[in-house]
Design a protein around this ligand. Structure first.
Ligand code: GLU
Length: 392
């Protein structure tokens, strides 16, 4: 007689992604006929530009349907290395690039090959909700470096240094940041580099997935360009989802020291193998093509970010630090007396508006709204929010 199946400790400890769960629930409620507005997942509502779709279709038609090299199509790895070298001023060879199933797998692979029990990840908070889970899946613990809206959600180098212990092995930088929209300035990155120079056991991974999405006057700097002397312990994670509106394609990359990238590739060879072969040719067209389509979408996100910020700032119960990049707003709603989960559950039940509770990102006073939706949806969402606040 067999006993009941039990899940591993790893699976039991895992929190599924709340951003994806809320977005899926909003879609399901809508499919059931309910009147739902979703400002939950950060997913551009644009179609992938036609030249990228055509390149993937042509690759499919021409028979690019077989296993490819695990680390990615050589031409795509070359093109990513060239992009990093020229656009981000981070000299990179193709051997230092791994093509992954979205930015998430790049993080997952890196954490798996660098971290284990006894190691700790330094994580500025608020944080994107998958970082701590991916760290724990690698057996590592998480050392949070707190910041609040009152600090501008900025990473204080003194607080970073105070958080470092002998167990600290990897610092996560995410700029432009999800959920706060904070963009690290050059002087801040220099100060972080100065801290890391004093702690040679700490590597850094820079998640640059929102690099093109910047509010007016903001500039994206790659940490790796500012601190080239730390190249042997600096990693970049990025992907096509946000800049090129390619969320469903699942194509990202990990770049960094080739020996670690090779280990991540070996891990990938025993898990998912190569990323979808013909999709990589779409990505190759995207990264080799003009940035006009990226800039057009980024400009539209800037208009929408402004619309969302103005709408939220008109709500006296909220305190909002205007986001400097990405496509989220992260207002403090604690003046309503509700914790973020109760706020979001009631908002969905009573007004059909789906947003993400800040507790999932490490700040229970805030909620996250995405402006990756069209202006009509944003207006609709803001009206629902107003009605909800009036009802409290
Ligand atoms: N990164 C996006 C978000 O935070 C997409 C969903 C996810 O993977 O978490 O909404």
């Amino acid at each position: 007689m067999s006993g009941p199946l039990t899940l591993s400790d790893r699976a039991q400890a895992l929190q599924p992604s709340l951003t994806l769960a809320i977005a899926a629930r909003a879609k399901q409620l809508r499919a059931e006929g309910q009147d739902i507005c979703s400002l939950s997942a950060g997913e551009p509502d644009f179609d992938t530009p036609a030249f990228i779709r055509q390149a993937a279709s042509a690759a499919l038609e021409s028979g690019q349907t077989r296993y490819g090299p695990v680390a990615g199509e050589p031409a795509l790895r070359e093109a990513i290395a060239a992009k990093l070298s020229l656009e981000n001023r981070v000299p990179t060879e193709a051997a230092g690039v791994l093509v992954t199933n979205g930015g998430k797998q790049a993080l997952y692979n890196l954490f798996q090959v660098l971290l284990g029990p006894g190691d700790a990840v330094l994580l500025p908070s608020p944080y994107w909700l998958s970082y701590p889970e991916i760290a724990r899946l690698a057996g590592a613990s998480v050392q949070l470096i707190a910041s609040t809206a009152a600090d501008g959600f900025r990473l204080d180098p003194a607080r970073l240094e105070a958080a470092i212990t002998p167990a600290s092995k990897l610092l996560v930088l995410n700029s432009p940041g999800n959920p706060t929209g904070m963009v690290l300035r050059r002087d801040e990155l220099e100060a972080i580099a100065a801290v890391l120079r004093r702690h040679p056991q700490v590597a850094v991974v820079c998640d640059e997935i929102y690099e093109f999405l910047l509010a007016p006057g903001q500039e994206h700097h790659s940490f790796a360009a500012i601190a080239p002397d730390l190249a042997d312990r600096t990693f970049i994670v990025n992907g096509f989802a946000k800049g090129w509106a390619m969320t469903g394609w699942r194509i990202g990359w990990l770049a960094g020291p080739p020996s670690v990238v090779a280990a991540a590739s070996a891990l990938q060879s025993q898990s998912t193998s190569n990323v979808c072969s013909f999709a990589q040719f779409g990505a190759l067209a995207a990264i080799s093509g003009s940035r006009d389509c990226v800039q057009q979408m980024a400009q539209e996100f800037t208009r929408r970010r402004q619309l969302l910020v103005e709408g939220l700032q008109a709500m006296p119960q909220f305190t909002l630090l205007p986001p400097e990049g990405a496509f989220y707003a992260f207002p403090d709603v604690s003046a309503t007396g509700l914790d973020s989960m109760s706020f979001c559950n009631r908002l969905l039940d009573q007004q059909g508006l789906a947003v993400v509770p800040g507790v999932a990102f490490g700040d229970d006073r805030c909620i996250r709204l995405s402006c990756a939706a069209g202006p009509d949806t944003l207006h609709d969402g803001l009206e629902r929010l107003q009605r909800f606040l009036r009802s409290l």
